[in-house]
Design a protein around this ligand. Sequence first.
Ligand code: SIN
Length: 293
Amino acid sequence: MEIELMSESVALETVPSDAVLGAEIGGVNASAPLAPDVFQTIDDALKERIVVCLPGQWLSPGQLVTFGQQFGELEPHVLSQYHHPDHPEVLVLSNVVENGKALGFRDAGSYWHSDLSYKDKPTKYTILHAREVPDVGGDTLFVSGYAVYEALPNSLRTRVSGMRAIHSYAFRHEQMIAKNKLRAPLTSEQKRAVPDVSHPAVRTHPDTGRKALYINPGFTKAFDGLAPAESKALLDDLYSIALRPEFSYRHNWRKGDVLIWDNRCSMHLADGGYGEDQRRLMHRVTVRGTAPV
Ligand code: SIN
């Protein structure tokens, strides 16, 4: 019988980044069940810093699933062709092609987005594990939705606070197909799994009670009830503020990093910038959240 030992309870330090979000906690063993105080330290850091890195991990796909399940129910991605063959909860992200076959989802997240904001219950946490990283490039950028909301001019904050926006996976997928002819169209089953949804443009975080701007260029198609030109102008105004460098954190990956982030108050972008001769291989799980309010 395999006995799983709980990760030892050690004094852990959360080291914040220099940015408005991002932190690192060393000394965690993510391959074993987390001791309650270790879990608490990670959870507290997520509430405070939104993005938390646990460096130096080496998790099999099954161990990544077990690690993720400690944070809630995992939700497989709609693009089932990129599921790990033995663990459908694990989405394989990679630029690597072996024997003519792509190892994973190549251009995943190469636009600003919050994970699965196109679902009625969007992702709470994403957990991304770096298995192979390029020497240069391949960073992931994050923006704090709290910091953006708090920085909005009063008139804009008041205007957007009562509004709802439509989020659509099909809208984004069509745009990606236009850029990348190798992307397969959604099957009818996949289309049925991701109907457009409407969410408040400002959401209140269920754990912290703080408000965050909750729209993103990747999946937010339009504001509900606005004419297309007016909707686009308002989205552009909001993104021009949201994408100011002072609200962002850049994660430069090391092999073995496990990065956890809270999608309810952030958006992120896979920044690319590595050569075709470089390999990037990441395993991802997403934890289902609740309907935004
Ligand atoms: C994602 O959007 O989850 C992927 C991010 C990355 O690969 O850097």
